[in-house]
Ligand binder design. Structure first.
Ligand SMILES: Nc1ncnc2c1ncn2[C@@H]1O[C@H](COP(=O)(O)OP(=O)(O)OP(=O)(O)O)[C@@H](O)[C@H]1O
Length: 200
């Protein structure tokens, strides 16, 4: 379970997150919408620990394992997708080759593609970014504008993946400024003026 309590973050005089609280349940699919620059990526960066909040707390349970795709996924540009994923898998020793190959194939990506990631299209790169966020059975998954640059078929493959994650009782938070066709959320939140509002 992820619990965000009264998180605040400013960049110099710009107060981006004014008082953010959020508690997730297992298996929940949550949408955070909001205009460009409202602070969605900043919140995700604080949750995963890339950025430090000025105040407030982030709590996860002992067994929770976070996966994230935030902004442009960073890869080793001159290596293949597969070598990149193996490299990322070394950090937590939870890499599952068969599962990861299946995830790539479900996105119409060839696990044996000899091309370097530097030559991948925006959409291919994004699919790779989504794959690394879920390939190790992460149970809390943060996806920032996940379908950016992905074609219609790819969006449907993404929707299928999220349905699979729901069946596996994973918690997924999607941040996007627009609707992703076919996604049915359990909860919708809107980020506005530094706070999170319930859409319902
Ligand atoms: N490291 C930083 N230094 C200064 N300002 C920053 C920094 N990171 C983000 N900001 C500012 O904080 C605000 C929120 O940025 P953030 O990237 O979180 O927005 P966002 O909601 O994710 O936007 P988008 O939908 O365009 O991705 C913006 O005004 C941005 O310029």
């Amino acid at each position: 379970m992820l619990k965000v309590s009264h998180v605040k973050k400013s960049f110099k005089k710009l107060a981006v997150l004014k008082d953010i609280s959020l508690e997730t349940q297992d298996g929940e699919l949550i949408h955070i919408s909001g205009v460009n620059g409202c602070g969605k990526s900043t919140l995700f960066k604080i949750i995963v620990g890339i950025l430090k909040a000025d105040s407030g707390e982030i709590h996860t349970d002992k067994d929770d394992y976070l996966g994230a795709l935030i902004e442009n996924p960073g890869f080793i540009e001159y290596e293949t997708a597969w070598d990149n994923l193996i490299f990322l898998g070394h950090f937590n020793h939870r890499f599952q080759p068969e599962k990861t190959r299946d995830l790539l194939k479900a996105f119409d990506l060839d696990p044996d593609n000899p091309q370097a990631v530097g030559n991948y299209s925006v959409g291919m790169r994004q699919k790779l970014g989504i794959t690394q966020a879920v390939m190790e059975d992460q149970n809390i998954i943060l996806l920032d504008e996940p379908t950016r640059g992905i074609d219609k078929e790819g969006v449907q493959q993404f929707v299928n993946l999220l349905e699979q994650l729901r069946r596996e009782n994973k918690t997924v938070i999607v941040a996007s400024h627009d609707e992703i066709p076919g996604l049915v959320y359990d909860r919708r939140l809107r980020m506005k003026d530094g706070i999170l509002l319930d859409e319902e």
